[in-house]
Each structure stands twice: as C-alpha cells, then as structure tokens.
Design a protein around this ligand. Structure first.
Ligand code: NI
Length: 179
C-alpha cells in the first residue's frame, strides 16, 4: 500500500519520535509499505515521520547506485559516534521537493540498531551509506537537511519552502537521489 509522503511544513516532521517497543507483523507490514512508497517516489532512503508515523525507524536501499547494496531496515537506531573527517554532497529529500543543496557531514559514524527480526547491531559505517543514514537519522530528530544550511542559503530557498508548505509544489520523482 502506498503511503502519503509528508512534505515541508507538516507538523509530523517536527514531532519527537518514539522507540518501537516490539517488532511484530504490524510493524513489518508498515515497513513493507514504506519500501513500496520509497520505490514509487524513486527515493533511496525514507524515515517513518515522512509517512506520518512518529517512530524511530528508517529504511535505506542504495542498490540504484551500488549493486552490492540492498534493502536495509534500521529500527530504534542510535548514532553513538561521528568521525572527525567531513565531506560535502548535494542532498535532496522526498519531503522537500525541488530543493537540492550541498550539506557537510562526517564521513564515518558508529550506529546501533535492530533489524526486522530484532537482531541488534553495533556497526561502524562510512562512505555514502553513512551520509544517507545521517540524513534519515536527522528525520528522527526533527531535523531537515535545510536546517543545516548557512543563513544565506536558507534565505535563498525561503520562497520555495513556503511554496512547498502551501502545497504549490508537490512530491515528484527527481533525477537526483532523494533521501
Ligand atoms: Ni529526507
């Protein structure tokens, strides 16, 4: 089932998320819907608040750009450390259609999370996957990538953000990877 992607201006994107107490069939069904929704929108990452659920959960699938990658599910993730090195990349977000801006982030993270079977992991992750995870993790922390831009950049996209909030600009597939 396709879920509705919540766009900039919706309160759910600024609402605290809750830990998932139990990984059950209802949750697995919701995650399956999240993947369907993400693929339909041609995204490579999607967080639960983006589909109107204030839960600590996001999904990632980098296979469109890396054949060795596939579906990944992060339940109750916690980033426990960031590396010192940083890099830049032009990010886009399914909840912020048409805006793509350079965001600086650490290249390495350490993260704990559970998978769909409740197995617990503690991993060090680097490269593009680390970036996508940080973008999705931000969604769980009520943060959007536009919050991380300079005040000059913010002022330049202000009008577009208003149009998204008023519904004048809607979710669309993009040539860029969206998270
Ligand atoms: Ni996003």
């Amino acid at each position: 089932m396709l879920l509705e992607i919540q766009t900039y201006g919706k309160q759910v994107l600024r609402t605290p998320t809750e830990e998932i107490p139990e990984i059950n069939d209802e949750l697995r069904s919701f995650i399956s819907d999240m993947f369907e929704t993400m693929y339909a929108a041609e995204g490579i990452g999607l967080a639960a608040p983006q589909v109107d659920k204030s839960l600590r959960l996001f999904i990632v699938d980098l296979s469109p750009m890396d054949e060795s990658e596939g579906r990944r599910v992060f339940v109750n993730p916690q980033i426990t450390a960031f590396g010192d090195e940083k890099d830049e990349y032009e990010e886009g977000c399914l909840s912020i259609p048409t805006i793509h801006e350079i965001v600086t982030r650490p290249t390495t993270i350490r993260i704990t999370y559970q998978d769909l079977d409740g197995n617990a992991y503690d991993e060090e992750i680097d490269g593009f996957l680390a970036r996508v995870i940080q973008h999705e993790y931000d969604h769980l922390e009520k943060t959007l990538f536009v919050d991380r831009l300079s005040s000059l950049k913010k002022s330049l996209i202000k009008k577009t953000l208003k149009k998204i909030a008023s519904g004048e600009i809607e979710v669309e597939a993009s040539e860029n990877f969206q998270l």
